[in-house]
Design a protein around this ligand. Structure first.
Ligand SMILES: Cc1ncc(COP(=O)(O)O)c(C=O)c1O
Length: 379
């Protein structure tokens, strides 16, 4: 079989996706080691990752009462683990949904048989904080509010800080899925009154997939002792295990953790969050310039568009066929992302990962060539 990922392949295709994404060679090389998961040297790496994540979040253990728990699995596991660890049997969750990841949260709550309400807005409309306030005032049985920061379905930015302040004023707990924003966009745990934040190594921090992490207020997690709904996804038990034994309860993805440690060092070298944000914003500005030049239309209004991932409408020309377009780009070494909107034909381009202005310009040239081959004209 011709293995496209074998070492004879001269280079990997560039991923213009929201993760897994293109990583640096040194992050990939960091995985070329066999680490013993019970060994003290590996525990040092895990502890260093935990400390560094709290520093990126801008919170301290003693002063602010926050802790970070790493857990095997992808980002979805982190969201599910948080719900399973934070919401007691008597709890009721308000979900703010405007995309596929909000809907996934609803699916989890249904399966866990947790009571919930939904404030649903269209995929191109952020939730209205005053609607959240009214709902919380009228429904004293609601105990938690959960929302997605950057809804990767479209790339829309949702107002977590405004909603968080309301949630805290109303005496409820606030959970944020910041999968595709943490590390690249400023998030204030204090101003946003965030109690639980879930993210992933293979997004803006440019690691590889294999685990997830939750930054949380430990007093709240401890207060829910005895009400966890899962064994392997019990964040409280895992938090205590890290503290007592310095390690994961079950087999950790050792290679992924080594890679993530290297990714964090490179994040710091780039100037931390401001440095990462600057590059991604520049990548996004170049992408918009090039796509506008080619005649594409973005789905979202610029005021609510994230600098992470952008949805573009299919051209009106009937000669456009996404599958063919995708393959023509792949043949030129570039991978884009299909759309995920329920009622609009779009494709998505991510500009995160180890990519720079010249990669975006190369993509634009490849798109131009693909359109020419397909005979598509944009008006
Ligand atoms: C906002 C958001 N939430 C949740 C997820 C799910 O993460 P995973 O695919 O790693 O399970 C994603 C994945 O892209 C995401 O963007």
């Amino acid at each position: 079989m011709n293995d496209p990922y074998s070492t004879s392949w001269h280079r990997d295709k560039t991923l213009f996706t929201p993760g897994p994404l293109t990583t640096s060679l040194s992050v990939k090389q960091a995985m070329l080691h066999d680490a013993g998961s019970w060994h003290y040297e590996f525990h040092k790496v895990v502890n260093s990752i935990r400390d560094r994540l709290l520093a990126i979040a801008g919170v301290e253990r003693e002063k602010d009462g926050y802790e970070v728990v790493l857990l095997q699995g992808s980002g979805t596991y982190g969201v599910e683990a948080t719900l399973a660890s934070a919401v007691p049997e008597t709890g009721k969750v308000l979900v703010l949904s405007n995309g596929a990841y909000g809907e996934r949260i609803i699916a989890m709550l249904r399966l866990m048989k947790v009571d919930f309400d939904v404030i649903r807005t269209a995929e191109d409309v952020p939730p209205d904080p005053s609607a959240v306030e009214n709902t919380l005032r009228q429904n004293p049985d609601l105990t938690h509010v959960i929302m997605v920061h950057c809804e990767t379905t479209t790339g829309i930015m949702n107002p977590i800080h405004e909603v968080g302040r309301i949630v805290r004023e109303q005496g409820r707990q606030f959970i944020v899925d910041a999968m595709s924003s943490f590390g690249a966009l400023p998030i204030s745990f204090q101003d946003g009154c965030i109690d639980y934040l879930i993210s992933s190594p293979n997004k803006c921090l440019e690691g590889v997939p294999g685990f997830t992490y939750v930054i949380l207020r430990r007093a709240l997690l401890e207060a829910n002792r005895g009400h966890q709904r899962s064994l392997s996804m019990d964040l409280l038990h895992q938090m205590e295990y890290f503290e007592q034994k310095g390690q994961f309860r079950y087999t950790p993805p050792t290679h992924t953790l080594l890679a993530f440690h290297q990714a964090l060092l490179e994040f710091e070298e780039e100037g931390g969050l401001p440095g990462r944000e600057k590059r991604y914003r520049h990548n996004h500005a170049v992408l918009m310039e090039e796509m506008t030049r080619l005649g594409f239309r973005a789905h979202l209004d610029p005021s609510i568009q994230s600098p992470i991932i952008t949805s573009f409408h299919f051209p009106d020309d009937p000669a456009f066929e996404f599958k063919k377009f995708y393959m023509l780009l792949s043949d030129q070494g570039m991978i884009i992302y299909p759309g995920k909107l329920t009622d609009t034909e779009c494709f998505r381009i991510g500009n995160i990962g180890r990519i720079f202005e010249h990669d975006i310009r190369q993509l634009a040239l490849a798109i131009e060539r693909a359109l020419k081959i397909m005979g598509v004209t944009l008006t």
